[in-house]
Design a protein around this ligand. Structure first.
Ligand code: HEM
Ligand code: HEM
Length: 354
């Protein structure tokens, strides 16, 4: 706790020191993306395991609250990526540290230059949607749909604390393993840098597909083409069909989007949750119980997401799930008091996107 208080007070006191602000922004943006991917990987697995719930999840993404969050998310990813590259370059070329002030401003400038056109394009998708449709879920429904995630995170925290308490009863902090631990830390230090560089093209490509080329609202646009699967059309206008089509799109016998998502999943989860461990252990140095719990929480989070996300990527989404998603969508449209799409009606007559 004292560590956290020191971070906040020193950051405020250190007015004008761009290096300190870069570090704080890097930390906050990394944590923001960790929180998002926790929801996102669980959500995406529903395309296979619980299609009706996936309809709700994507309908939540298409509400004002999530739209605002989406702009912040993209800003976090872009800033964190550029600043991460700055940190990596400085680590391997220590002589450049004397230019670190200038480099930090460059990172801010490049982030702004990237975000301006991206935000304009994203805003175009938002305007198109609100011109023709309205969200299917109200703010209350969107917030209450997040409660199971809050409960899940709370359960993971309690499990980590209990486990840490239990381990503390039987195991003493081993002094003689210090050397081995520092080797492990060296591995993670290198992993954070290598994985960071590999994530850049993967996550930028993913965001370009999901925000710029197609846009979150177009995941459920009936009759639209599906990004990354040339020639495929989203006939039901459901995100389940969108995901099923992409995961079943083969190039030279390889399901390229499954491989892509698998790489993204593994790198982002290991990098993000090891980053979470760095942050949590920084603020729990004073208590072995909490410090161990921080490590276990990061491990539990990573394992759950890797298993769930990996299982979804290995499965096959059946036609019955797409049909169930279509029905759930019609139900949501009726519930929202919008005109349901008649069976066989041309895509252009759809009154709402999902
Ligand atoms: C609102 C923003 C986003 C949207 C709308 C979105 C959309 C999607 C969709 C539709 C899929 C299904 C698979 C596919 O079609 O390829 C997917 C999978 C995935 N996305 Fe995103 N994405 C977003 C942001 C991100 C970000 C920022 C990250 C990483 C930092 C990310 C990481 C992943 C991963 C790892 C998977 C595979 C999940 C699994 O295996 O269950 N996504 N995303
Ligand atoms: C887009 C490419 C990315 C690059 C180039 C990158 C780079 C880095 C670097 C160099 C570090 C510092 C590691 C250290 O101190 O040893 C770091 C930390 C971190 N990263 Fe990333 N990263 C990227 C993506 C991500 C993503 C997608 C997430 C979330 C899932 C994430 C979450 C974190 C967190 C939480 C930290 C710890 C921050 C701290 O200790 O203050 N990063 N990243």
């Amino acid at each position: 706790m004292t560590g956290l208080v020191t971070t906040i007070t020193e950051t405020m006191r250190y007015k004008g020191a761009i290096g300190q602000w870069s570090w704080v922004l890097h930390r906050i943006s990394g944590l923001g993306v960790v929180l998002f991917i926790t929801l996102h990987i669980v959500d995406t697995s529903w395309a296979l395991f619980y299609p009706e719930l996936y309809v709700h999840a994507i309908a939540s993404y298409q509400t004002p609250l999530f739209t605002i969050g989406e702009f912040f998310l993209v800003a976090c990813v872009v800033y964190h990526a550029y600043n991460g590259i700055r940190v990596i370059v400085m680590d391997f070329r220590p002589k450049l540290w004397r230019n670190q002030r200038k480099a930090a401003y460059w990172v801010l400038g490049l982030t702004a230059i990237t975000l301006i056109p991206v935000f304009i394009l994203m805003f175009g998708h938002v305007l198109n949607f609100y011109r023709e449709s309205s969200p299917l879920l109200g703010l209350g429904e969107v917030i209450s749909a997040q409660l199971p995630f809050v409960a899940g995170i709370a359960v993971a925290m309690i499990a980590a604390l209990l486990f840490s308490g239990l381990i503390g009863l039987f195991v003493r902090e081993p002094k003689q393993r210090r050397r081995q631990r520092s080797n492990t830390e060296r591995f993670w230090w290198s992993f954070m840098r290598i994985s960071g560089l590999l994530i850049v093209p993967l996550v930028f490509g993913h965001l370009a597909m999901m925000h710029v080329l197609q846009g979150v609202f177009d995941l459920t646009a009936q009759g639209s083409t599906i990004v990354g699967a040339p020639g495929a059309i989203n006939t039901t206008g459901t995100a389940v069909e969108f995901v099923a089509t992409r995961w079943n799109f083969f190039v030279a016998g390889v399901a390229i989007w499954r491989v892509y998502d698998f790489l993204l999943l593994t790198l982002v989860v290991l990098h993000g949750f090891n980053g979470l461990r760095y942050v949590l252990t920084d603020y729990t140095m004073f208590s072995p119980l909490l410090r161990r719990a921080s490590v276990y929480l990061s491990v539990i989070g990573a394992v759950v997401l890797l298993v769930l996300g990996g299982a979804a990527l290995m499965g096959t989404i059946p036609q019955s799930s797409i049909d169930a998603a279509e029905q759930a969508t019609q139900h949501l449209i009726e519930q929202a008091g919008l005109t349901p799409v008649e069976e066989g009606a041309p895509a252009a007559e759809a009154t709402t996107s999902p």
